[in-house]
Write a new protein. Structure first.
Length: 307
């Protein structure tokens, strides 16, 4: 019994000694680490991680560059598409605006021209026709001499005290302005309503005081009467008037505008002043089209503007 107790006590003493030794050894190791700052495994790992350079990771860097490049190309492509779309939209809007403005201008201009042409067309059948007279140089002058240029006719007489000189002065101003704005030739004619006194020589002398392009026309009483009838002009000259007597001739005071085909376009009364008359003649000349072209346009889609 005593031997067993002694053995048990010895065993416990040995265990206690061993534990105290291990604890002392562990304490000594920990103290040594703290004092000497010896690196642990964790410290080594952190140190290795710190020594790693991100720039040395080529695979990741290349992938990053490739991804960024691809993304940049896609963004650039999207921006290009957006720019093209914006440009196309702007360009389309500009084209539509130009077409609309041009169409409006054309229709407005064409409608105005057609209105003028409509007015002239309505009067063509009732004014004008064949005639035969003599000019101030003694040459025959007929309706055929009206072809190829615009003509302005005025009926009067050289002994007129006021109206005729005033109207011829106004014609002078019109012709001066038209020479600056028109390439078309315009031939002014002064047709006497007093053939008894207005011989070719008298007319030539009388017209020296007015525009140099005015040509005087005269003829027999019957020729003048027929001419005035053709152009709807009133005059009161007696058939048997004495050329040496002093008499006044009543007559219409209109200017007649004829086209290059010798057809009547318009009549301008004495109410038209220097500017209004010029504007009227200018508009008619600008709106003129030959008969063949007028007929073609009557068959086009916008011919309803004439109705």
């Amino acid at each position: 019994m005593s031997a067993l107790l002694l053995k048990s006590f010895a065993t416990r003493s040995l265990v206690r000694s061993t534990l105290r030794f291990e604890q002392k050894a562990l304490f000594s190791y920990s103290r040594s680490v703290l004092i000497t700052k010896r690196p642990t495994i964790e410290d080594d790992i952190l140190k290795d991680i710190g020594n790693i350079s991100l720039s040395s990771i080529k695979i990741n860097r290349d992938i990053s560059k490739g991804t960024q490049s691809k993304a940049g190309e896609q963004l650039k492509h999207v921006e290009t598409i957006d720019n093209v779309f914006q440009f196309s939209t702007w360009k389309g809007a500009a084209v539509i605006s130009i077409i609309a403005a041009t169409s409006y201008y054309f229709i407005k201009k064409e409608k105005g021209r057609l209105e003028i042409e409509k007015e002239a067309e309505a009067n063509r059948p009732v004014v004008g026709g064949p005639f035969e007279l003599m000019d101030m140089n003694g040459n025959k002058f007929t309706e055929k001499d009206l072809l190829g240029h615009f003509t302005i006719l005025y009926f009067g007489f050289s002994h007129c005290p006021d109206v005729c000189p005033a109207e011829l002065d106004k014609l002078d101003i019109w012709l001066g302005k038209l020479e600056k704005t028109q390439k078309e030739k315009i031939q002014p004619l002064f047709i006497t309503c007093d053939p008894t006194r207005d011989t070719p020589e008298v007319l030539k002398e009388y017209l020296k005081d007015f525009h140099s392009s005015i040509v005087g026309l005269t003829g027999t009483y019957d020729q003048i009467k027929e001419m005035c009838k053709t152009y709807k002009v009133f005059f009161s000259t007696p058939r048997d008037a004495n050329p040496k007597s002093d008499y006044i001739v009543d007559h219409s005071t209109f200017f007649y505008l004829l086209d290059p085909e010798g057809k009547f376009i318009d009549a301008l009364g004495d109410l038209y002043d220097e500017q209004e008359g010029f504007d009227k003649i200018q508009a008619q000349i600008n709106a003129y089209l030959p008969q063949a072209e007028r007929q073609k346009r009557m068959n086009r889609w916008y011919s309803f503007l004439l109705k």
